[in-house]
Design a binder for this molecule. Sequence first.
Ligand code: GLN
Length: 549
Amino acid sequence: MANKKQGKQVKYIFVVGGVMSGVGKGVAAASIGRIMQSCGFSTTAIKIDPYVNVDAGTMNPTEHGEVFVLDDGMECDQDMGNYERFLNTSLSSANYMTTGSVYLSVIKKERSGGYHGKQVEVVPRIPLEVIDRINRAAEKEKAQIVVIEIGGTVGEYENLLFLEAIRLLKLKHPTDVAVVLVSFIPALGAGGTELKTKPTQHAVRNLNSVGIHPDIILGRAGVPLDQKRKEKIQFMCGMQAGDVISAPNVESIYDVPVNFEKDKISERLLEKLALRARKRDLHEWSRLAKAVKTMKKTVKIGMVGKYFGSGDFVLTDSYISVIEAVKHAAYSCGRKPVIEWLESEQYEKSKSGLKKLKRFDGVIIPGGFGSRGVEGKIRAIEFCRVNRLPYFGLCYGMQLATIEFARHVAGLAGAHTTEIDSKTKYPVIDLMPEQKVLLKENRFGGSMRLGAYDCRLVKGTRARAAYGREAISERHRHRYEFNNQYRELLTKKGLVISGVNPERDLVEIIELKDHPFFLGTQFHPEFKSRPLNPHPLFVEFIKACIKGK
Ligand code: GLN
């Protein structure tokens, strides 16, 4: 059941939630992964989502948060982005599963006679399939430690079968499995200082009722847990001394691993897993976390899009990779980014608001779908082009920059993407013929360009200088493409095509000469930016923003 590779027993750290969701379980799991890595163990991370959707591709980002895309095209939960950023690695679809995907493979196996006439029971078949998948991911990533985050909170009906997988695994391999409960500790009283441990006690009972006891409790609270509270949780929840770790709110998520280590989480986990640290190397990370806090100078970025949802939570969750990529690049330039969200529809009503864009050091238009706010975005792009304000377009932001250029520089009045105007005279952004067939048959799923594609960068361009090499690979998630029929005309008028996919001759990057920074990518560079490895195009953009000042 457990996986032994090259004489090394794989160790499993499960991260489950208590009391309520949305308290940063993903960042906690990613941080634990980073810490284990810093102790010298090859580590990977898996996300289990309890919903029936087979992947996250069909989910609305304003409800569920950003759809993150992996190299192999897997559309998954944004937590996978946290894992990649914290572990500084690229993961694959083997590291992501949902209730839907697990059932789907069990049903497929049953249909093809894979169970040899046996009755296929939900227990143990489903939990065993979960364990198999975890082991396959560990093997693929050559990981000795696997951190597995289970979505939702304990006590919910939805994640019971995943908890059963933990129970089965721990029963057979007690020293190879550790369970971390991330539990919310609410505060009462004036100023919210009286931390209440009762809900956590109930969460532990809930876990106990399915045959699991936590090895570590991470107490998520507004403030650090004092010794008294730790002792209370320890006593009431049957924990050993030192196994209740404080997880207070933080200024930046980079502080999380550093904070956990203050309470010696690695020592506690390694002891439970019968491992000894091979090294302790969180220095680079700690340095970044510290530097972020002391940065004084800022760089102001205007993010132009359609209705971004209400409240910061929605915004940050739908565009988390873009925000993170801006942060990584800005931090590497010694600046704190200040991001403002600008509703593009306002520029459709009146052009006067556009002038206010001058308050920013640069403008980003991130990915998007549909027609709302599109003309406003095009106006904002025109403003950036004409006023020499740094502009960075990501996917839709690149397509709309192409349209703006076609309309206002190349004289193709009414140029558009066929996503919005199927009858446009100048379809500068269009579907490829094979996609048209798929869409006619209502096969939306197969019609997207998803995952990593190669791109060749053209000598002498800004993109090539930023990356410092010719061959790159970046991740995609879109249906429409730059229409090659307009390539000659648009380049004649001055549009620079600086990146091309060699297999299918697709335009991947456009840019303008004689502009402080005007560049758009058909791909999503934000998916590959990492705190200690910022994305070169974001860095180049931020540098231009700073220089402009
Ligand atoms: N809507 C555009 C397309 O489908 C862009 C998608 C995106 O920005 N991810 O091609």
